[in-house]
Design a binder for this molecule. Structure first.
Ligand code: B12
Length: 158
């Protein structure tokens, strides 16, 4: 998206502007979830670097190393989010520069509600700070971004 086409913030938010690295799993070809999340977060004053569909783990790690985002958001809807998410978390947590980055995951992480508790426990164990249950709306991310501690750099992610 060109800078001029980016949405303007809906209002001047009292919350600090954060830099979000938005990604999906390496198997996931869906894009509108990413587009919607990006526009939604930008409308609320945050800066988003959207890596698009089917993101290889190494690309995610390399980009996170280069940009040091305030939050990594993994969105997956194809039903493989659990496996993709575990690989992404293990790759990020294995790298010295990205091991402590705040990281959350949501969307549709499996293909049925069965096993959701186990999936969530495994993803938390792999290093996610929060695992959103299937169907959680994007507004949950605003609360997470507001709750991030520490100073903001104010740099653009993209
Ligand atoms: C369009 C579509 C496709 C298109 C995608 C085109 C594209 N360029 O994006 C195509 C045809 C390629 C496709 C392929 C497949 N699809 Co498809 N697809 C859809 C469909 C119809 C719409 C998805 C969409 O664009 N929604 C609009 C966006 C804006 O909404 P969203 O995806 O729900 O995302 C929102 C929320 O999930 C939430 N959210 C998402 N991530 C996160 C993260 C966080 C942290 C939070 C808080 C919230 C959040 O916020 C998002 C924005 O509002 C859905 C069914 C449906 N009606 O939703 C199936 C669906 C996602 N697809 C499905 C499947 C199974 C597939 C295939 C595996 C089919 C196949 N056998 O080949 C492949 C997967 C290919 C792959 N490698 O990933 C299933 C997934 C089943 C599951 N998870 O239980 C669905 C649900 C259809 C179904 N009911 O079975 N698909």
């Amino acid at each position: 998206m060109t800078p001029s086409a980016r949405p303007q913030p809906l209002r001047s938010s009292p919350e600090p502007s954060r830099r979000v690295l938005l990604t999906t799993g390496s198997s996931d070809a869906h894009t509108w979830n990413l587009v919607h999340l990006q526009l939604f977060l930008e409308e609320h004053g945050h800066s988003v670097l959207n890596l698009g569909p089917c993101v290889p783990e190494q690309l995610l790690v390399d980009t996170a190393r280069m940009t040091s985002p305030d939050l990594v958001v993994l969105s997956s809807v194809n039903g493989h989010g659990h496996q993709d998410g575990l690989r992404a978390a293990r790759a990020l947590r294995a790298d010295r520069k990205t091991r402590t980055l705040p990281m959350v995951i949501g969307g549709l992480l499996g293909i049925s509600p069965e096993g959701a508790a186990t999936r969530t426990a495994e993803l938390l164990d792999a290093g996610y700070d929060e695992v959103y249950a299937d169907g959680t709306p994007p507004t949950a991310l605003l609360r997470r971004l507001a709750d991030l501690g520490g100073a903001c750099t104010g740099r653009a992610a993209a």
